[in-house]
Design a protein around this ligand. Structure first.
Ligand code: PAF
Length: 289
């Protein structure tokens, strides 16, 4: 029988900051996994990585209203705190920060963070303000948690790129660790939003990864007709599923710039809107290898 760690829940920011200030005085190495909850295998991978490489592991669960647009799924975003707590205990998390919206934003914020680069492509172009909300909440969380290492899933590659910029520009003494995407057997990236797919949509959703893999194969073969390739793959996704392609882009990584002649590190990224879930995925590979 495995012995579950008793994860301590903290809901108040003052309590968290006092705790981490003491931990820093003791020179403890802190690993931080920020999430919006409804934890799945992808989050477990981040927690395992954090557990393996830090003395203290802190998980946060906070569905951040600032990163949702007015027509987005804030109210229906899936939540299951009891299950999340069990996952936290199983993954030997030491502290779980679980604040209310009022705790994090007692008033309309007087200062927010504006992200100026890497936001006019991929999710940024269809979710104006999204990464400003992410950068704002992470700035607050980084000050409270004071981690040595912060863990993010590579599935959200644009978020990883933006957080790199945040950490560098604001001089946070934090090392960002990007952890590989965890996939289902058919390649579908694990995500909290997958539960919103109907049975039929779930069967179709493997097409996201298949189209990314097909793009990678073509690029490695030397295909440089990117517009044609993108159009062909979009068409295939929409023919073979009920989803609508929001974007399918091939860009440099991590700068996320348009490509004329594919070379070096490249990201192929896709977002598909199903009835109740918008799924994203990407693969990153190096054409110079
Ligand atoms: O990736 C997420 O779940 C969120 O964007 C994050 C990083 C927890 C910020 O709210």
């Amino acid at each position: 029988m495995s012995i579950l760690t008793k994860t301590k829940i903290i809901t108040k920011k003052e309590e968290l900051q006092a705790l981490t200030t003491n931990l820093k005085k003791e020179h403890k190495v802190i690993g931080f996994v920020p999430t919006m909850g409804y934890l799945h295998e992808g989050h477990r991978a981040l927690l395992k990585e954090a557990r393996a490489n830090n003395e203290i592991v802190i998980l946060s669960i906070f569905v951040n209203p600032l990163q949702f647009g007015p027509t987005e799924d804030l109210d229906s975003y899936p939540r299951d705190f009891d299950r999340d707590l069990l996952v936290a205990c199983e993954e030997q998390v030491d502290y779980l920060f679980y604040p209310t919206v009022e705790e994090m934003y007692p008033d309309t914020p007087s200062v927010t963070v504006k992200v100026h680069t890497r936001t006019n492509v991929l999710c940024g172009s269809s979710r104006p303000g999204h990464f400003d909300g992410v950068a704002t909440v992470l700035t607050k969380l980084f000050h409270l948690v004071q981690p040595n290492h912060a863990y993010f899933g590579q599935k959200d590659a644009q978020q990883v790129a933006v957080v790199h910029g945040l950490i560098e520009d604001f001089h946070f003494p934090i090392k960002l660790i990007a952890v590989n995407t965890v996939r289902e057997e058919d390649g579908l990236a694990k995500s909290s939003r997958n539960v919103r797919l109907s049975q039929e949509e779930r069967k179709e959703a493997g097409i996201l990864y298949q189209s990314l893999a097909a793009a990678r194969e073509e690029l490695i073969k030397g295909n440089n007709q990117l517009d044609d390739l993108i159009a062909h793959l979009k068409d295939k996704v929409e023919k073979e599923s009920s989803g609508i392609v929001d974007y399918l882009e091939i860009l440099t990584y991590p700068a996320l710039e348009k490509i004329n002649q594919p070379s070096g590190k490249v990201i192929v990224a896709i977002a598909v809107q199903f009835k109740k879930a918008r799924l994203i995925d990407n693969i990153i590979f190096d054409l110079s290898m």
